[in-house]
Design a protein around this ligand. Structure first.
Ligand SMILES: [Zn+2]
Length: 465
């Protein structure tokens, strides 16, 4: 009886088999072999899947056909094209045992359907499986070693790239800058994760699939706007949020046996109270005008004294230059020794340098404070507007600036005050906002004329010249 063969070629796209012949090459070699050996070829079957695990569709179909008697031989480039796992290898050998498969032909391998031949085939299948297993073990070992060295053992995250040459993960110089900005944007508290996603998309940073980088499916876990702003008035723990029936509620984070007894408060109510607190710290119009005027006068005065100092320093520098010149003359006349000349010159040079540095710092300081002070006056005047506005993120950012970490929530009432445990004047922020609050509290207690002058304690930190 003339054996009918299936011609089976397989190439997987996986790395491990990169060195294996292409399908075209396999087909050409096998056709030539079949002609030379005078083999009767039925179907030509091509598979593009790894043989590491059972379940290759074309391979399974081929064996089913052989079981039904449609052919009784297989021609393949090598036994490892047929099986690299114990199930498929076992099935081939069982078909040989039961006589359904009469012959296997490989150009690279001798096989005869005898007890010795089957024994050899078993060894070849075992070898293929061993190759796959040890490759996977070697890869895992390599990854573990990377982890031990503190290296990232996977595909580089956004902002990094896999350096194929050194097999390490390195920074992507262009993208990492943008990502850093994105983190800073979010950290400021004015942006939602959606905003960050827009920010990245606008700058061409997309996921590996070319899509927008999402905030992830766990939208429930996105921090709510007022998280991290209040502490609990009862136990001092931070106030967190949770969503219930479509509303955001804020509550103490304390859990467990000694549960805090504080009730929940709805976001809308907390927003109202926070707005009220901010409005209390707004800078009155007349104060603002008076302060700007005072600052400008101070600025002028400072500029004048600065100019005077700079002139004086320039005169001094000139005279030092003259002295250096004279010293040089004396030295050239050989009236003093080289060492003495060097010492005295070094002294003059250092004096000159000190003067120059003083001029630079003074000019910088002069430019340093007036602008931020104006900006602050502007923000303080705008506080009521931000408080009335619906946007919650700017409100949070402003509240953080004004109150620092001194906001508390107790019995559904938001208030300002450091927790009992840290009632220490050093813990409350010593900035212009604290000064403004103190000043506003003294309205009606002391004459207005004394509130805005330094002796009343209202002296913004930037206002120091
Ligand atoms: Zn609490």
């Amino acid at each position: 009886m003339n054996t009918k063969y299936f011609l089976y070629a397989r190439k997987s796209t996986e790395d491990e088999e990169r060195q294996v012949m292409s399908i075209e090459a396999q087909l050409a070699e096998l056709a030539e072999f079949a002609k030379r050996e005078n083999l009767n070829i039925g179907d030509v079957l091509i598979e593009k899947q790894s043989a590491k695990i059972p379940g290759r569709p074309i391979f399974n179909e081929m064996l089913d056909k052989i079981e039904r008697g449609e052919a009784d031989g297989i021609l393949a480039w090598h036994a490892d094209r047929l099986a690299r796992n114990s199930v498929d290898g076992g099935r081939i050998i069982y078909l040989l045992d039961t006589g359904k498969l009469a012959s296997l032909k490989f150009p690279t391998l001798w096989f005869e359907n005898t007890p010795q031949g089957k024994f050899m085939l078993n060894i070849v299948f075992g070898q293929s499986k061993y190759y796959v297993d040890s490759l996977s073990e070697n890869t895992k070992r390599g990854l573990r070693q990377k982890v031990r060295r503190g290296e990232y053992p996977s595909v580089a995250p956004t902002g990094y790239i896999n350096d194929v040459r050194t097999k390490t993960v390195v920074q992507d110089r262009k993208k990492s800058k943008i990502l850093k900005q994105a983190f800073e944007l979010y950290a400021k508290g004015n942006a939602t994760l959606g905003d960050v996603s827009d920010f990245l998309a606008q700058r061409g940073i997309l996921s590996r699939g070319g899509k927008r980088i999402h905030k992830g499916k766990k939208a429930k876990n996105e921090p709510k706007v007022f998280c991290g702003l209040f502490s609990c008035g009862e136990c001092g723990k931070m106030i967190t949020a949770e969503v219930q029936k479509g509303h955001t509620y804020y509550r103490c984070t304390k859990k467990g046996k000694t549960k805090c007894t504080q009730p929940y408060i709805r976001e809308e109510e907390l927003d109202k109270q926070l707005s009220a607190l901010i409005q209390k710290v707004s800078l009155p119009q007349d104060w603002a005008m008076e302060l700007v005027q005072m600052a400008e006068e101070d600025g002028k005065e400072a500029a004048q004294s600065c100019t005077a100092f700079v002139q004086e320093a320039q005169e001094k520098t000139k005279s030092i230059n003259v002295q250096i010149q004279r010293l040089m003359d004396v030295y050239l006349e050989q009236d003093i020794e080289r060492e003495e000349y060097r010492d005295r010159k070094a002294k003059f040079m250092s004096e000159k340098k000190t003067l120059e540095e003083k001029i630079i710092t003074l000019e910088q300081e002069q430019n340093d404070w007036l602008e931020p002070f104006r900006k602050w006056i502007n923000t303080a005047q705008n506080a009521p507007k931000i408080a009335r506005d619906e946007a919650l993120f700017p409100k949070k950012a402003l509240a953080k600036e004004i109150f620092g970490s001194n906001l508390q929530l107790a019995e559904k009432v938001a208030c300002v005050g450091a927790p009992e445990s840290s009632k220490n004047p050093e813990n409350s922020p010593q900035n212009q906002w604290a000064a403004l609050r103190a000043a506003l509290q003294s309205v009606g207690k002391i004459p207005k004329s004394q509130i805005l002058v330094p002796t009343a304690g209202f002296e913004p930190a930037a206002h120091r010249l």
